[in-house]
Design a protein around this ligand. Sequence first.
Ligand code: HEC
Ligand code: HEC
Ligand code: HEC
Ligand code: HEC
Ligand code: HEC
Ligand code: HEC
Ligand code: HEC
Ligand code: HEC
Length: 351
Amino acid sequence: MRPCLFEHRYSAAQADITGFVFFTVKWSWAVFALLLYFQSWIGLSLLAADKAIPFSQAGKVKDWVKKGKIEIEDIPNPHWNLAACAACHKGKPGRKNIRLRGKGINATCNNCHQVLADHVHDHPLAVAVPKSMRKRMPPAFRKTLLRGKRAEKVMSCSSCHDIVMQCTEKRFSDRKINPKFMRGGPYRSRTGLCYKCHDKKAYQRLNSHDQISASGEIQPDKCLICHMRVPKQLDDGTAVDTELWVKTDYASLCLNCHEWSPHPGGNFLFLDKGGPQHLVKPPPGIRRHMLKMEKINGIILPLEKDNGQIYCATCHNPHARGVLKNPRAAKGADEPKRLRANPMCENCHDL
Ligand code: HEC
Ligand code: HEC
Ligand code: HEC
Ligand code: HEC
Ligand code: HEC
Ligand code: HEC
Ligand code: HEC
Ligand code: HEC
């Protein structure tokens, strides 16, 4: 039931003010005040309606965010939700006609994910998939290249994300083990996915640290070996879009190409446990020492974000000289063994 507006306006608390407006100021002013009041009331109710964006309006999300009508957090999450088919499908989808809400799969996803940019990455999409790669791809992957009107041999989000998994209630139980619906997943290590298409041997021969071309330009595709997107660096030295393909067990990023032998100190014969375990969370004493030495030596000693453990890049800088602008983060780039400092041990051990 809608409350009577006039009654509302003439609530006890407001009666005096309204009376004052009506009898001491000219009529035109009263009408103006009334209009202002209505405008703010209608404006607010529109905003409130925007907050619960219906899934069927997914096509407008991009525009609304750009115009500041809604915030990123207001974008509804349609995944694994039986009531959200309309976010990606116009009408009832079938196998023959999937009735996507955008022009193709990528556009459908990017209705929201282009502005949810914090959560997307930029692996090449609009590129032809070489024949040798197509041969290597398992059928479930290869099939994704043939979809769409023109049957181009290009990839889409669906090549890596098995979207249909979150379309069918039957498969909703997969959410627990494969929340991002990775095709062929879950994977113990993310790069298991990469090798469904990329040649493991060729990949390992790739020098990921060779990041500057002969003419001195940064090579963005090299960044994508480790980063989900090409990182951007602001003039004040801060960096954005630095997310890595891994969220835990960062060493796996390096161990695709490098063999692990426990080090440093692995050749201390008196250690019968196979050398000191360095890939651990530093105890508080060592952590304090590290923070102190970061300042003294003007370096960074980054740890795994989710669990604070030491990993390969705590000691080694994987970047080429000239890539990083922040001088502390850049220390160690292209230095012998890529070490962030020399000597290294004293940065953690109070020698
Ligand atoms: C996040 C977007 C999204 C949501 C939400 C979504 N779908 Fe889909 N759906 C897709 C895309 C994209 C495809 C095409 C996948 C492909 O071709 O690889 C698809 C494919 C399908 C297909 C064809 C399956 C096949 O085997 O080819 C059906 C049927 C379908 N969806 C039904 C649904 C139903 C029912 C819902 C709601 C419970 C739903 N979808 C929710 C994006 C979505
Ligand atoms: C209606 C908007 C919308 C559309 C369309 C949409 N998404 Fe999403 N998606 C979201 C939101 C919101 C989240 C949650 C983001 C967050 O966690 O901050 C999300 C999360 C995800 C995640 C991470 C899931 C997780 O639990 O970590 C993946 C993967 C994903 N989307 C892929 C896709 C793909 C592929 C498509 C196209 C088929 C698509 N999305 C279409 C809004 C959308
Ligand atoms: C080459 C493979 C590949 C393609 C193509 C791909 N993704 Fe992903 N995506 C991944 C991997 C790998 C992850 C990380 C999975 C994990 O963290 O377990 C991921 C994660 C995500 C996430 C979650 C982000 C987060 O921070 O965890 C979203 C959202 C997403 N993808 C959206 C998309 C959209 C939209 C497209 C198409 C425009 C797309 N992806 C195409 C491989 C791919
Ligand atoms: C569905 C197939 C597929 C998957 C899965 C896949 N890629 Fe790719 N990738 C391609 C294609 C196609 C290209 C562009 C053609 C090419 O370069 O051979 C490409 C190009 C690249 C490039 C640009 C440099 C280059 O080699 O040309 C990088 C870096 C890359 N991929 C990294 C990854 C990573 C990291 C993963 C796993 C998270 C991954 N890819 C998973 C198909 C895939
Ligand atoms: C071999 C893996 C690898 C490659 C390739 C790589 N990075 Fe990184 N990058 C990392 C790791 C790990 C971190 C986090 C630790 C750190 O800050 O050094 C990082 C951090 C960063 C940071 C944040 C540094 C800071 O200020 O703390 C920037 C910026 C960055 N990378 C840019 C790039 C660019 C640009 C490229 C491509 C030219 C690239 N990276 C290639 C692994 C890599
Ligand atoms: C795609 C493959 C690849 C990845 C991923 C990779 N590297 Fe490398 N790395 C190489 C190659 C190739 C070399 C050069 C080897 C040589 O010249 O002896 C190298 C050299 C190095 C060296 C110098 C070794 C020496 O003897 O001077 C260090 C240290 C190193 N990498 C650390 C890392 C770390 C840390 C990571 C993860 C953040 C990483 N690498 C990821 C391929 C890779
Ligand atoms: C606590 C610091 C530290 C950590 C963590 C660490 N390293 Fe090292 N790494 C060193 C030092 C110091 C050297 C040179 C002396 C030595 O070989 O012990 C070295 C040497 C190397 C070399 C050159 C080996 C050679 O034969 O010359 C490679 C490659 C390498 N590390 C890769 C890695 C990878 C990959 C990881 C993660 C799995 C890793 N490192 C973790 C400190 C570290
Ligand atoms: C990034 C920090 C860091 C660097 C750099 C580092 N260490 Fe360690 N080291 C640790 C941590 C953390 C432990 C585990 C200590 C613990 O659990 O109490 C450890 C343990 C050890 C141990 C075993 C000692 C014990 O008490 O069990 C030895 C030996 C060792 N490190 C030698 C070295 C040498 C040699 C270097 C230099 C080449 C080095 N470390 C560089 C962090 C570091």
